[in-house]
Design a protein around this ligand. Structure first.
Ligand code: BGC
Ligand code: CA
Length: 338
């Protein structure tokens, strides 16, 4: 009896020693381009959850969509002695000075969601990028429209064999906006459809701006002539749906429906899918992007080697962690609801 207690105590001690050893005391400083972004809020929550598991300290600040403010925030993290940085740049074309600040201190820096140019990524050895291949999401969202038109001949409302669509884009400098637009239209063509763009405009990833733009398109071309809406993200897709609902569309009457697809698989988008208001989306895996960014930052901060084994994610060219996208349709959307 006594002996087993001693053994048990030894085991408990050993386990807690391992746990104590495994926990990090790294201080990681993170900047998010703006807090008021649905998708990045998901990434932020995942980052916090991962750091909770790791035991270190994670500070996250809002760069309020201002690059100069973000540059100052990085300076502040450096002067307070942060051990690694995670940066979601406001402007991905302005990542170089941030890389240089980190490099001057030998600090690891992990960029997320907005990909710095290759020459910036190649100018330092303690730099990583965690994101997703925008091309994939474009192709998958276009494919959802193709599948819908193939299984619903009535979707071709004017019976001309072509898809008359609206494109809601985002800012020109963002790789996700440019590539999703390009690859989603390409997927419709590759699916065997001729396509006619009835309207295309930027709504800056934003739901309210998208509702406004969609109202403008509806009054310009007539809601009955719109056969599909593709949006670079879910917030803009949901904005377009608001405008359609205001016309009595996408409220359950099958003869008054416009298929709308987005990207992200945010909770409100999955909800809209469950109500039949939205056709589909593509999972932009906020959880795994957030987890991976923190794992890389902590291991690098602690001076460890960032490898596929140490982080548990595939690494390309030594510094890119690409988290796969997945199509989300009426068949599988429930899997993604939390
Ligand atoms: C997401 C958008 C988000 C943007 C922010 C994209 O990957 O799909 O929803 O607004 O990143 O940079
Ligand atoms: Ca048509």
């Amino acid at each position: 009896m006594k002996k087993s207690i001693v053994v048990l105590a030894a085991v408990v001690f050993a386990i807690s020693a391992v746990a104590a050893f495994a926990a990090t005391d790294a201080l990681v400083g993170a900047c998010i381009y703006k807090f008021d972004d649905t998708f990045m809020t998901g990434v932020r929550n995942a980052m916090r959850a991962e750091m909770e598991r790791q035991g270190g300290e994670l500070e996250i600040v809002d760069s309020q969509n201002r690059q100069p403010m973000q540059n100052d925030q990085v300076d502040a993290y450096i002067s307070k002695g942060s051990n690694a940085l995670i940066v979601n740049p406001v402007d991905r074309t302005a990542a170089e000075p941030l890389m240089n600040k980190a490099k001057a201190e030998g600090l690891p820096i992990v960029f997320i969601n907005r990909e710095p140019y290759a020459e910036v990524m190649n100018a330092y050895d303690k730099i990583w990028y965690v994101g997703a291949k925008a091309e994939e999401s474009g192709t998958q969202s276009g494919q959802i429209i193709v599948d819908y038109f193939k299984s619903h001949p009535e979707a071709d409302k004017n019976k001309d064999g072509k898809i008359q669509y609206i494109m809601l884009r985002s800012e020109q400098g963002h790789q996700d906006a440019v590539l999703r637009t390009e690859y989603s239209t390409q997927a419709m063509k590759d699916g065997g459809f001729e396509i006619v763009e009835l309207g295309s405009d930027t709504a800056n990833w934003d739901k309210v701006q998208a509702t406004d733009k969609m109202k403008g398109f509806i009054s310009a071309v007539g809601v009955d002539n719109i056969e599909a809406v593709l949006a670079n993200n879910d917030d803009m897709a949901l904005g377009a749906i608001e405008a359609l609902k205001a016309e009595g569309y996408n409220l359950g009457d099958a003869s008054k429906y416009v298929p709308v697809v987005g990207v992200d698989a945010t909770a409100p988008a999955l909800e809209a899918m469950s109500k039949g208001e939205m056709l589909g989306t593509v999972l932009n895996d906020a959880d795994n992007q957030g987890f991976a960014a923190v794992k890389v930052a902590v291991i690098a901060a602690d001076g460890g080697a960032v490898t596929e084994e140490s982080i548990g994610y595939k690494i390309t060219d030594g510094k890119y962690i690409w988290i796969p996208y997945r199509p989300v349709t009426v068949e599988n959307y429930k899997e993604f609801m939390k």
